[in-house]
Design a protein around this ligand. Structure first.
Ligand code: S3P
Length: 178
């Protein structure tokens, strides 16, 4: 852990459908931390759904809101922050998260991701004629960013409970604040 880092929070990054929100809530409960989700913060702030923001203002406007939210979170402590799947592809966001949180990536194969998201409709990036290809393509582009996490947890073969335990353990081992 580099000296300029203050891992007083825990940030979860990773592709859509890797379980960041579900696992994040459980990790927060176990560490006695507050739980925040960047998508929920954006929706609360704008009073609009993510789908609506994408449709009316486009993806760049959504990415600007994400960046703003990350900057605002830097003052927090003892918080588990679940982030939108594309948020760490902005290097400034990733650097900011690293400055105030231990960054944990939940990983999953494109097949598992598809299995988990195929019956959900709230993710505009997957409103695509070939969503499976879209998942593969986006994952390939994002992989180098996700792999900059401090801890990488493969969720393909892990239950939510196992992933949660691993993360709590890693946080305690990593010298995070409790
Ligand atoms: C996105 C992931 C979504 C949400 C938005 C864009 C992405 O969050 O931020 O639809 O770019 O991967 P989840 O990862 O929580 O689904």
């Amino acid at each position: 852990m580099q000296p300029h880092r203050r891992p007083v929070n825990l940030a979860l990054i990773g592709f859509m459908g890797t379980g960041k929100t579900t696992v994040g809530r459980l990790v927060a409960e176990q560490l006695g931390f507050e739980f925040l989700d960047t998508d929920e913060l954006i929706q609360a702030r704008t009073g609009r759904t993510i789908t609506d923001i994408f449709a009316k203002e486009g993806e760049p406007a959504f990415r600007a809101l994400e960046e703003q939210v990350v900057q605002e979170l830097s003052a927090r402590e003892k918080t588990v922050i679940s982030t939108g799947g594309g948020l760490p592809t902005n290097p400034e966001n990733l650097a900011a998260l690293k400055s105030f949180a231990l960054v944990v990536c939940l990983w999953a194969s494109p097949e598992k991701i598809w299995e988990r998201v195929k019956n959900q409709s709230h993710r505009p990036l997957l409103h695509d004629p070939d969503p499976q290809k879209k998942i593969r393509d986006l994952l390939a582009v994002r992989e180098p960013f996700y792999k900059q996490a401090d801890v990488l947890i493969n969720t393909d073969l892990r239950s939510v409970r196992e992933a949660t335990q691993q993360i709590v353990l890693q946080y305690k081992l990593g010298g995070g604040k409790r």
